[in-house]
Ligand binder design. Structure first.
Ligand code: ADP
Ligand code: MG
Length: 603
């Protein structure tokens, strides 16, 4: 065995494996350098998703020629003047990005110092071709720095093989820029891809920047966050549960203004929405966590996208607690009306499209609230002079008539039940409009919240069955249920093993009311299989409570009495999170009087 020191060229290559995985990671390093150099404007040019060209030009303080040479050496950095790695505030500090990139591409570094006498030194250009110096000469330049990377991984087939299409690489590039642009709203950014301008933002404040870069829709379906806890601060914006995505790709998380993709933070975000969203749906978020630098270690991974907190549970508590409180406060907020005025077919000889209704943009959620407070003509007087509307329609098939309105409508936010449509939707009249409730979605939510309240106070009350129920099931299913019997008992479900392939049910959770016991057990067995044992007991209980709620709730297709409908509406009004079902769909929608007028072209 002969041990030897590796040549620096090879060391750089090895480091490149960690720091530059793909064009987007090289781009991220360059933009971070520009930000660290005090740039106020950063111009990015890409070709073929960055595979052919990544170029970053900044108006930062630039470098002198000898600094440029040093910058291309490994572990050379200007960012740790006192060797205080614990307190680093810049993006960079490891001094390995430029030499790593230069070892796997053609790199052109242009720079000129900014300010006074320094500027007079003039610009300089250094070229490096796959780790080999390829020229250095004066260059006419404005103050600042430009780094150009061409043919990334051209000579590293192993790496090149793992690159995706230019399109996918471009998507990763723009994602990296968005994250940094959100982190630094005070800096202007522009991106040009294959000659086309694809992003451009001016310096602004944080909320404006976030709004410019996130889904525009978030302005109306978002929730501003600002909370403080134990010296930690959380700000930003998250989507209402009803506004979600099939992928977790619109989640922008920052720690002390550094973009991160940290498991703890992602998990906390997920936990805050638990049971407000189906497991395969994801919220949109831009969240900024601020912690004292002594409380966090960013030197965990060369790409610096993971962090380690000294007190992870405090951070988790801040996020889950803060978001949970905000979501709770948003309470019944459901969706904007856009989704429910659209079924009207405007193309067939219908009235011309009133502004703000139908296709495209409906009024915002806030408009909805504003509309609700409009002074409106007395509804009961308006109803007169509409012959045939109330008479002779009682047997109109899908519309079970409930109650004839005559007295003024009491001021319940969700109104008074007027009937049921298709045995699935409750139609109610509120002071300010027409409310439609999905009875199953709403009831499922209420039952879950009841279960929650009950379990928060200790064990959920049980309702003993007069005769224990025997449910035949597969042996593995029985094993799973038997294993979870103690947990299930906490939720009010009392079961025992009954032979190899049956379970005996002695009591069901009282908040569920009358339930289909075999169906409940089967779903629970499936749920337990899926959850495995990875989750903490509390989390498991919460999932299981959701499954139970599904069984205790009023099904679609059940005819409800007027009293039952009104009771449901009143309970919704006082129950947290009743605006969305356990899967993130809305439970109710409201057509304000103004909306109805617009639909009829009266406004
Ligand atoms: P790090 O950012 O970790 O220090 P890099 O390899 O990315 O390491 O950069 C090395 C050094 O080059 C930096 O410390 C900085 O002094 C200088 N540098 C890099 N990019 C720029 C830039 N755009 N403007 C001014 N100086 C830069
Ligand atoms: Mg750097």
């Amino acid at each position: 065995m002969s041990i030897r020191r590796l040549p620096s060229e090879l060391i750089n290559r090895i480091a490149a494996g960690e720091v530059v995985e793909r064009p987007a990671s090289a781009l991220k390093e360059l933009v971070e350098n520009s930000l660290d150099a005090g740039a106020s404007s950063i111009v990015i040019r890409l070709a073929a998703g960055g595979l052919d060209l990544v170029e970053v030009t900044d108006d930062g303080w630039g470098m002198a020629p000898d600094e440029m040479r040093l910058a291309l050496e490994r572990h050379a950095t200007s960012k740790l003047p006192d060797d205080q790695i614990e307190q680093v505030a810049s993006f960079g500090f490891r001094g390995e990005a430029l030499p790593s990139i230069a070892s796997v591409a053609r790199l052109t570094l242009d720079s000129r110092l900014r300010g006074g006498a320094d500027e007079a030194v003039g610009g300089w250009r250094i070229e490096v071709d796959h780790g080999v110096a390829a020229g250095a000469a004066p260059q006419a330049l404005p103050p600042g720095t430009r780094v150009r990377i061409e043919g990334l991984f051209d000579k590293v087939p192993a790496r090149r093989k793992f690159l995706r299409s230019p399109r996918a690489e471009y998507a990763a590039c723009i994602d990296a820029v968005r994250r940094l642009a959100m982190a630094r709203p005070d800096v202007g950014f522009s991106v040009e891809h294959d000659g086309r301008r694809t992003l451009s933002v001016q310096p602004s404040d944080a909320p404006t920047r976030v709004a410019a870069l996130l889904d525009r829709e978030l302005e109306r379906h978002g929730l501003g966050i600002d909370c403080l806890r134990d010296g930690l601060r959380l700000t930003g914006v998250v989507s209402l549960p009803t506004f979600n995505r099939g992928m977790a790709d619109h989640q922008y998380l920052f720690v002390n203004r550094r973009p991160v993709k940290d498991r703890l933070l992602v998990g906390s975000l997920r936990a805050a929405y638990r049971d407000l969203l189906a497991r395969d749906r994801h919220p949109i978020a831009a969240l900024f966590v601020e912690v004292p630098t002594s409380e966090v270690d960013i030197n965990v991974h060369p790409a610096k996208t993971e962090v380690r907190f000294r007190d992870p549970s405090a951070v988790r508590g801040l996020i889950v607690g803060g978001l949970r409180a905000a979501l709770e406060e948003a309470g019944h907020r459901s969706v904007a009306r856009k989704q429910f005025v659209s079924p009207v077919n405007w193309t067939s000889a219908g009235p011309t499209l009133p502004a703000g209704v139908g296709r495209g943009e409906g009024p915002s959620v806030d408009d909805q609230y504003r509309l609700q407070s409009h002074a409106l003509p007395n509804p009961s007087r308006e109803r007169e002079g509409l012959p045939g509307v109330r008479e002779g329609r009682a047997d109109f098939a899908p519309f079970a008539r409930a109650e004839v309105a005559s007295a003024p409508v009491p001021a319940f936010p969700l109104g008074v039940a007027r009937g049921q449509v298709a045995a699935t939707y409750i139609v109610a009249e509120a002071e300010d409009g027409l409310v439609i409730v999905d009875q199953h979605a709403a009831h499922e939510r209420l039952v879950l919240e009841r279960m929650r309240r009950a379990s928060a106070g200790g064990e959920v009350a049980r309702q003993a069955l007069l005769l224990p129920d025997v449910v035949e099931m597969d042996e593995p299913e029985c094993d799973r249920l038997e294993g979870a019997a103690a947990e299930l008992a906490l939720l009010g479900l009392e079961i025992e093993r009954f032979g190899p392939s049956a379970m005996l049910v002695r009591a069901t959770p009282a908040p569920l009311g009358k339930t289909d016991v075999p169906g409940l057990l089967r779903d629970l067995a499936a749920e337990l299989a899926e959850l495995g044992t990875a989750l903490a007991l509390r989390d498991r209980l919460d999932h299981v409570a959701g499954t139970m709620a599904r069984h205790g709730s009023v099904r679609a297709g059940r005819i409800l009495s007027v009293a039952a409908m009104n009771a449901l509406l009143r309970e919704m009004e006082v129950t947290p999170h009743s605006g969305q079902c356990n899967h993130g769909r809305p439970t109710w929608i409201k057509l304000a009087h103004g909306d109805i007028e617009k639909l009829f072209g009266r406004r």
